[in-house]
Each structure stands twice: as structure tokens, then as C-alpha cells.
Design a protein around this ligand. Structure first.
Ligand code: 3HC
Ligand code: NAI
Length: 712
């Protein structure tokens, strides 16, 4: 029974038969902002002062325990008390403190639970320290308490991966003391506290013991191994090695000193540009789904899907849809192509079975939702159809005429075209309001990005349905307008071009790839070409040859390579050599000779480019075209460009995306580079008017993210 209730929103305090319940109620996920910290501090003082309080129970209201520190406060002036102070105060309470965890207990949320003396986890609890994903480390005792509770290996793994543990795994790891089966954290927590009181369980601060650090030799050996591995795998990231240093401090220092050390490292991470980039990425990925159409209209029903075309993309899309639980009908031109389409799908599952990541029974259950057909009439029950046939306007228009004939009213008709005009595809149907672009990336069952391309006549609820589909498929949707290449491929074409210019002017493809990898990309642009197949770009270049500006600079190195049949990995050579089917390429002297010959033919005397020279041009080209894409409304906001490149093009996440990168450089610097490069080639380097305007106004791209887009 509740006897007293004091509420200092968002922390509510009430007394239940000697147990002070501290309920954090800060929707949607109980993030710990300054008001929560103040409330918790006051609640602990009250518990110590009130003789009627025998124990304290901390619970979260709503769907989570606590999802961590309020990320929005990072980078702003700190408001006291700090979270480490709050955690210390909880642990120092003179009465047993218990945390009853349901839903997410992440970052600072888990650190609060670890400061309690006992922990109970409900089904569905997720306990983790994801700070590393934001360029941070657990900064409220997490690096000192988790190794004591879980041992070095498990604790460091938790912090370096950022992946949460479920309730059962947390119990096994020593992170919680007990599991309960009920669903209400307060009821379950109160029962647990009463049980602890009945057993006269004492106050039990984790900081007071070494716990699993007691065997120092083993702990040090584990940490040494992790340190060596992290040095190799952290790829220029700042916070992973800082986490290792903090765990070392837990081994070497008394708790209070370890906490101070942790605090200093945490603040160094807060100051790092990587933190700014990663937190921008976190919020951008949540803002990107907020588009005018999804606000204005509800999605249409979505239960059955169809895919036309069973090639690379059609099969990948089918796998993505089957994995999400949809029944899928695949349409192909003839029985032979259909058999090939089905085998492409099965190959993905067979690969998983071979790796032990799927059982044959699970494959059979999944394939039971797959239907293949060569008759368009079989797509009639589908709520949404995705066309993935050859990249040819006439072929696609013929498919859409068929779809128009057979699909039920209200079905959404989507095309996976990479470059074609979707308005021209919609125009051959009687229902352009239902026609949309869904541009998946290869491999479609793996890649997160989905460009949702919005042609002029499509209705808002069809767009909302596409966003709903992305959610159900676990994809990251970005709204794009119709233009050649939409957001991603349009910008890619421009920075690819500048890479080719640099090759002709003196940088080798290998130097460019190395500089791009040094920036944080997993691969450079010429490696990507070799992986995707050089013939794809070659076909596009030939298609565009007739309409290309004859005055514009055109580098023919890639054409010379393709003319020899060197299409990359699949042919054993491209820009690189792949002897005996190797997956990593070796530099090819013959390619360098081709480059030399092209330079000589054009009378270009090669000059030297440092990695920095290369990246300045590469990024300036990317940002300049991206600014045009934003200005034309092809991307709603700069953040939409950032998410496109983070999720579809390997842009290093810790840099936040090209627009965030430009903001962090200073737009004036980027513009100055573009103007300097324009001295050599004014046709290619035309500064985007939006960039010029923002610089003149002293604004950055982020100011446009904050300005409400149309319809908000
Ligand atoms: N701070 C501020 N806002 C947060 C937040 C946080 N820690 N966590 C989530 N939110 C916001 C989101 O931005 C979103 O806002 P919106 O509705 O306005 O877009 C809203 O809460 C709901 O979030 P999601 O859309 O992500 O909801 P999901 O249900 O998909 O996921 C979640 C919930 C698993 C809790 C996920 O939001 C998440 O992973 N949050 C971040 C957790 C995290 O990184 N915590 C560590 C913070 S750093 C820290 O604690 C430092 C400490 O060591 C000192
Ligand atoms: P693909 O050549 O591997 O597959 C095309 C399939 O369509 C073939 O199996 C063919 O038999 C089938 N097909 C052709 N005409 C058909 C018809 N009238 N009815 C039914 N099936 C028909 O091509 P891929 O790579 O899968 O590309 C498909 C589409 O996806 C193209 O528009 C392409 O631009 C786009 N795309 C491709 C990406 C890639 O990386 N390959 C990435 C994103 C989009």
C-alpha cells in the first residue's frame, strides 16, 4: 500500500510497506536528463532521512527501465548533478537499493542499475553499454563496476560491442541477481525487495569488492589479449582503446581513483569530433523517417508482396521480404529464368545453413511462403509489387502495363530502377498515384538503405506504405525525389568523376583507394568498381555518350580497361589483379601503363597528390553535388543525404555523413576549395548556390535540418 507520494517530475517517490519506490517517468525511454538526475539525488536523500524506509526500489515507467543519459545534452554546458555523482549517491545509500529492470537498461541506465545493490531482470529486459556506438565510453562507473561483476573478458566485450544482453544472458554473466516472470516491474520488484528484507540481505556496494577482478593475473592476461585485438579492429575509432584503458584502471587503481580516471576519459570522448559525428548519425537515422507524406497519411494494408524479376536484385528483395515474414510471389519471364530466380533465393539460405546460421527446417518454413510464377495474373492478391527487371525503360513500361492490368485496386506498384525516370514509368499506367520507386541496394537482403523515390503523381498514402514496408523489412528509408540517380547514385557519379580526373592528373587508382580507406571507408572507389563489375558503369557511360557535354572533361581510363574485358573480380582483373580468384586485388602495372598512355595522349604532365589533396577534392565534389541535391528538393534535408551515405555507400559513421563532415570542417573552407579547384576546371567545379548562400549567411547545413521541412 502506498502511504506517501512525492513527485518531482520526472521522478516519483512513494512508500510501500517500508520500501521507497523511485519511479522514473520521462517518456519515451526515460533518458536521464538533468531533471531525472536531480530527482534521483533528492530521492536517495529522502530514503536515508526517512526512518520508515527500509529499502529502495528503482523502476522505470512505460516501455523501458532507462535508455541511458539524455544524448541531447552532450556537447552542451553540463547541468549538475552529474550522472557519476548520482550513481555514487545511489551506491552510498545506507539502505539496500534494488533495481527492477524491464525493457532497455542501456548506458547510464545500466550504470544506475549497477550502482544499486541488487538487480532483478524481467522478461524482455535488455542490458547493455552502447556508448561505444556514440563515440563514448560508459562514464558513470560502468567501466569500473562491470569488470568487477562480470570479469574482464565479458565486461569489455559488452562495452566494445555495444550489444545488449537479454535477461537470461545477463543473469549468467553476473550482471543481475535474479529473474522474474511477471510483467510489472513495480510488483515484481516489491516482491523481490521484501524477500531480500526477510532474508536480512545487507547493503552491497559493488565498489567495495574486487569481485571477479580478484585474480589479477588472469584478468590482466584477458585484457592484454583484448587490447591487441582492439588495436587491430578499432580502425581509427577513438573510444574503443579508451575503454581498454579504463578497464586497465579498474585493475590497477582503487575504485575512487578508477572513477576519476574514467571521468577524464569520458570527457575526452565527449570532446572528440567522432562523438559529434556518431550522435549526429543516431538522430539523423531517427529523423529521416519523419517525412511529410508519412505524417499526412496512414499506410495502406500490407500483407502480401510480389517481386517481378528474379535476378540479382529481385532475388535479394525476395529474401529480404521472406525474412520479414511476408508471403512473396516472384514473377519471371519463363520457366528457366524462374528456376534461376528461385535458386538465387535458395542459395542465400543454403549459405546460412552451411555456416550453421539456419536449420534446413527453418529454410523449408521460409520457402513455404515463396511462390514462383510466369503468369502476371498471379500478382493479383499482392498489396505491393516490386519490379526488378532489366534497366530499360521500354521493358519496365511493358511490365507496368501488365501490372496495371492485373493488380488489385490500391496495390502499390514499385520500381527498383537505379536511374530511369519513374514519372515516365508511372505514365503508362492508369494509376500513377500508386506508382513509386523503391531503390534497394545490392545485396538487397543485407544492405540497410532503401531510397523511397517519390514521383510527381504518387499519393501520400502510397509513400506512407513504402515507409511502413521499410520498417517491416528492417531497412533505413530515405525519401528521394526523381532525378538521374536519385540522391545516392547522383552524388556518387560526381565524386567518382573527380577520382578519375585525379587519376589522369597524377594520382594512381591505388593511391586514391588508399586515401579513401584512410578517411574511414571500408573500400576505395576503384575497389568498389571491381567488386560491382566495371561493365555496369561502362554500359551507363555508353548510354550517356550521345548526351554528354562535349566540352566537359571525360577520362577514358575505365573504358580502356573495360575494352580489354577486365571487369573486375568476376573476370580476374579490373583496376586490380585477382590471381586465382583472390578477393583482395593487387596493383596491376599494366593498368598503370594504360593510365600513363592516356596522360601522354592528352599531354598531361602528372603531378603528385597527397592523401589530403585527394580527400579534399573527393569530399568537395561530394558535398557540392549534395548541396545541389538538397537545394533542388531531391533530398528533403541535409540529414537525408547523410543517412543515404552512411547506410548505402560505406561513408564512415564516425564522421556523421558528408554534410555533417562539411559542417565540422567549416563550409567556408569547403567552398574555398571548390573555388580554388574551379580555377582549373570551371565547368566541373560550379559552386552550389546553396553552399554559397549558407557561407554568406554564416550558417551550416545543420541549420536546415533544424528548420522544419514542408508539412511538419
Ligand atoms: N537520449 C535522448 N533521446 C533518446 C535516447 C537517449 N538516450 N534514446 C532514445 N531517445 C529518443 C529517440 O531519439 C527517439 O526520439 P524521437 O521519437 O523524437 O525520434 C525516441 O527516444 C525513441 O527512440 P527510438 O526511435 O530509437 O525507439 P526504439 O524503441 O526503436 O529504441 C532504444 C529504443 C533501444 C532505447 C534506442 O532508442 C536506443 O538505443 N537509444 C540509445 C541508447 C544509448 O545509446 N544509451 C547510452 C547513452 S550514452 C550514456 O548513457 C552515457 C553514460 O555512460 C554516462
Ligand atoms: P538482373 O539482370 O540480374 O535481373 C533482371 C531479371 O529480370 C532477370 O532475371 C530477367 O530474367 C528478369 N526479367 C527481365 N524482363 C522481365 C519481364 N518482362 N518479366 C519478368 N522478369 C523479367 O538485373 P539486376 O541487377 O537484378 O537489376 C534489376 C533492376 O534493379 C534494374 O533496374 C537495376 O538498375 C536495379 N538495381 C540494380 C542494382 C545492382 O546492384 N545490381 C542496385 C539497385 C538497383
Amino acid at each position: 500500500m502506498s502511504t506517501t507520494e512525492t513527485s518531482s517530475a520526472p521522478v516519483h517517490v512513494s512508500l510501500h510497506e517500508g520500501v521507497q519506490v523511485v519511479r522514473i517517468d520521462n517518456p519515451p525511454v526515460n533518458a536521464i536528463g538533468s531533471a531525472v538526475r536531480q530527482g534521483l539525488l533528492a530521492a536517495m536523500a529522502q530514503a536515508d532521512a526517512d526512518a520508515n524506509v527500509k529499502a529502495v526500489l528503482i523502476v522505470g515507467a512505460g516501455r523501458a527501465f532507462i535508455a541511458g543519459a539524455d544524448i541531447r545534452e552532450f556537447g552542451q554546458a553540463p547541468v549538475p548533478p552529474s550522472l557519476p555523482e548520482v550513481c555514487q549517491r545511489i551506491e552510498a545509500c545506507g539502505k539496500p537499493v534494488v533495481a527492477a529492470i524491464h525493457g532497455a537498461a542501456l548506458g547510464g541506465g545500466l550504470e544506475i542499475a549497477l550502482s544499486a545493490h541488487y538487480r532483478l531482470a524481467l522478461p524482455g529486459a535488455q542490458l547493455g553499454l552502447p556508448e561505444v556506438l556514440l563515440g563514448l565510453l560508459p562514464g558513470s562507473g560502468g567501466t569500473q563496476r562491470t569488470p568487477r561483476l562480470m570479469g574482464v573478458k565479458a565486461a569489455t566485450g559488452l562495452m566494445l560491442s555495444g550489444k545488449p544482453l537479454g535477461a537470461q544472458a545477463a543473469l549468467a554473466a553476473g550482471l543481475v541477481d535474479q529473474l522474474s516472470q511477471g510483467s510489472d516491474p513495480e510488483t515484481e520488484g516489491l516482491a523481490y525487495v521484501q524477500d531480500l528484507l526477510a532474508r536480512q540481505m545487507p547493503v552491497r556496494p559493488t565498489s567495495a569488492t574486487l569481485g571477479r577482478l580478484a585474480d589479477k593475473a588472469t584478468a590482466q592476461a584477458e585484457l592484454d589479449a583484448l587490447k591487441a585485438e582492439t588495436a587491430k579492429t578499432s580502425r581509427g575509432l577513438f573510444s574503443p582503446m579508451k575503454i581498454i584503458e579504463c578497464v586497465q584502471a579498474a585493475l590497477d587503481m582503487p575504485f575512487a581513483q578508477g572513477i576519476q580516471f574514467e571521468r577524464a576519459q569520458f570527457l575526452a570522448c565527449i570532446d572528440s569530433p567522432q562523438r559529434a559525428g556518431l550522435i549526429h548519425a543516431f538522430f539523423a537515422e531517427r529523423e529521416v523517417v519523419k517525412v511529410p507524406e508519412a505524417r499526412a497519411a496512414a499506410p495502406r494494408p500490407l500483407s502480401a508482396l510480389a517481386v517481378v524479376g528474379g535476378g540479382t536484385m529481385g532475388a535479394g528483395i525476395t529474401v529480404a521480404a521472406l525474412n520479414a515474414g511476408f508471403p512473396v510471389t516472384m514473377i519471371e519471364r519463363d520457366a528457366e529464368s524462374l528456376a534461376r530466380g528461385r535458386s538465387h533465393v535458395e542459395k542465400v539460405y543454403d549459405g546460412l545453413i552451411a555456416k550453421g546460421r539456419m536449420t534446413p527446417e527453418a529454410k523449408a518454413a521460409t520457402m513455404a511462403r515463396y511462390t514462383g510464377s510466369t503468369r502476371y495474373d498471379d500478382v493479383a492478391p499482392a498489396d505491393l509489387v516490386i519490379e526488378a527487371v532489366f534497366e530499360n525503360l521500354e521493358v519496365k513500361q511493358a511490365v507496368f502495363r501488365e501490372l496495371d492490368r492485373v493488380c488489385k485496386p490500391g496495390a502499390v506498384l514499385a520500381t527498383n530502377t537505379s536511374y530511369l525516370d519513374i514519372d515516365a514509368i508511372a505514365a503508362v499506367t492508369q494509376r500513377p498515384q500508386d506508382v513509386i520507386g523503391l531503390h534497394f541496394f545490392s545485396p538487397a537482403n543485407i544492405m540497410k538503405l532503401l531510397e523511397i523515390v517519390v514521383p510527381s503523381k504518387v499519393s501520400a498514402d502510397a509513400v506512407a506504405t513504402a515507409f511502413e514496408l521499410a520498417k517491416r523489412l528492417g531497412k533505413m528509408p530515405v525519401r528521394a525525389g526523381v532525378c538521374d540517380g536519385f540522391i545516392g547514385n547522383r552524388i556518387l557519379a560526381v565524386y567518382k568523376e573527380v577520382a578519375e580526373h585525379m587519376v589522369e592528373d597524377g594520382a594512381s587508382p591505388y593511391e586514391i583507394d588508399e586515401a579513401v580507406r584512410g578517411f574511414g571507408y571500408p573500400m576505395g572507389p576503384f575497389q568498389v568498381t571491381d567488386l560491382a563489375g566495371g561493365d555496369i558503369g561502362w554500359a551507363t557511360r555508353k548510354r550517356r555518350a550521345a548526351t554528354r557535354d562535349p566540352q566537359a572533361r571525360y577520362v577514358e581510363v575505365a573504358d580502356r580497361i573495360c575494352e580489354r574485358g577486365w571487369f573486375g573480380q568476376k573476370t580476374g582483373r579490373g583496376f586490380y589483379l585477382y590471381p586465382q580468384g583472390a578477393r583482395t586485388g593487387q596493383p596491376d602495372p599494366e593498368v598503370l601503363a594504360i593510365v600513363d598512355a592516356e596522360r601522354a595522349r592528352k599531354g598531361i604532365a602528372p603531378r603528385r597528390f597527397t592523401a589530403e589533396d585527394i580527400m579534399r577534392r573527393y569530399m568537395a565534389a561530394m558535398v557540392n553535388e549534395a548541396a545541389k541535391v538538397v537545394e533542388e528538393g531531391i533530398a528533403l534535408r541535409p540529414l537525408d543525404v547523410d543517412v543515404t551515405f552512411l547506410c548505402g555507400y560505406g561513408f564512415p559513421r564516425h564522421r556523421g555523413g558528408p554534410m555533417k563532415w562539411a559542417d565540422m570542417q567549416g563550409l567556408d573552407k569547403v567552398l574555398a576549395d571548390i573555388r580554388a579547384f574551379a580555377q582549373e576546371d570551371p565547368r566541373f567545379w560550379k559552386p552550389a548556390p546553396l553552399l554559397e548562400r549558407l557561407v554568406a549567411q554564416g550558417q551550416d547545413f545543420d541549420s536546415l535540418n533544424k528548420a522544419a521541412p514542408a508539412g511538419r
